[in-house]
Ligand binder design. Sequence first.
Ligand code: ARG
Length: 586
Amino acid sequence: MSILSELSTIVGAAFESAGVDAGYGQVVVSSRPDLGQFQCNGALPAAKKAKTSPRVLAEEVVNRLGGDARFTDVSLAGPGFINLTVAPVIIGTAAETIRVADSMAKPLKKPEKVVVDYGGPNVAKELHVGHIRTAIIGESFKRMVRYAGHNVTGDVHLGDWGTPIGQLIVELARNHPDLPYFDPDYEGEYPKDPPVSVEELNELYPVASRRAKEDPSVGNLARLATAELQDGRQGYLALWNHFRSTSIEAMQAIYGELGVNFDRWHGESTVHDRIVPMVERLRSAGVAVESDGALIIDIAEEGDTREIPPLILVKSDGGYNYHTTDLATIDGRVEEGFTSMFYFVDSRQSDHFEQVFRAARLGGIASRNTQLEHAGNGTVNGRDGRPLRTRDGNLPLLREVVADAQRLALERMDERGLAADYSESERRQVARLVGLAALKYGDLQNHRTSNYTFDLERFTSFEGKTGPYLLYGAVRMKSILREARIRGLDPGQIGPPQTDQDTNLMLRLLQFPEVLDRAIEHRAPNQLAEYAYEIVADFNRFYEKCHILDQPDEELRSTWLGLVDLAHRQLTTVLDLLTIETPGRM
Ligand code: ARG
């Protein structure tokens, strides 16, 4: 359901009767609201094609539409722009149609089977603030594409098969050489409980990785342990399972708190069995070739403006790396029938994905019909413009950042006397959601590729373009509806708007289908985030001017309540697509 498509059909018909293609009648929201609500710029290209003057053609279209009661104003501007203002009854009817529709998205022509690959945490490393971007943007994109009607699977794609695991094994063996995992001749059962807690694992990892980097012999041991693990050494596999499940449990807690829900917890290790056959295929097809003992794929293309190094499929020591598992993952996803794969991963990995995607095409793993796209993201910066660090130089942990946001949200609520007389548990629950909204909106309001400055003070403010401001708007709508119910007033059908403010709010809400489409097309949840803000701003102007519950004209009051109902429904839907949960009251 979209008013723009409806208007485009009407205007298209006028173009057609003026002798040009109906497709030129495309209507868009006006960039000059002072001249009209909508505009059509098709007369310029249409006239060029028909070799006539755009003004003459546009005039003809304007004359044809002039008598149409569905418009209150049709006018010509500049070299051939057509400005349109729509009759209130058309606006009211269109608003009512989406109020009662199951979905506010446009009907989908062809649902695709889509993978959204996001999150991408590594086993044994605690999530830090930088992980928020891929998690929130990826989750939001996944929800948008799903809402549009596609068949979407979100995959965390854990880093669970690389050298960090080998480093951990070596470090643990140093501290606890007597554990059965290290005895190659051990034949008994391995302990059910992990040898390290999640806290110990978090401490172990930095030490393990530092030692492996500083001491080449430790580095070699770690590489060897990784190769043995990948080769199926039992004790190492048992340890790996412990590390993995301990880590996943901690990850699920924080992702769960953030409302980030992966449909699958696959990882690099998931595709291990695919690697050998894939490598063989690539070798016999002549795509992968021997070079200095390694097996590589040359992916440079004519016209490259920078050097794209070959992809190393098998290292000279026989091991596989990140590229190889990513290629095998594509192989598996194609086999499962996925036709689009989106990777929401830090922009700094763009070379990696360029290499992997080129190799997938060259090797026939993904055909031209499979869409492979790296939707890169920027970084979370401190005030110095560099990736955010704590005073001791570490990346702030994600769970600490979430807790900070929630604590600050509670302070802000107290300042305003919000939720003051609620039970302590409800007050905390509201603060929890306000804090999350602050954090998420602070991220989502920026374009995916930009870096942004992390500023919890600003994010948690109830004023300006912030998560708390949006939640407050949603809660206000809800409370009007609640109050109406108490007074025995039900939201009615939406009829024609009667003021500038109800007109503008309706026109805003009618923009949703196109905003959603555009946000998906640009992989840009920030466009939807901006739109959420516009809804609340238009709603607040309406609320200030129009005294909804006290409106004596019953029909108008019912229209306004219907409008609040629609605004509330759409805003909470949009917020949900942005992963933001709304409290019932505050
Ligand atoms: N684990 C990787 C990292 O920490 C990110 C994984 C992204 N996804 C992918 N399919 N490569 O850098």
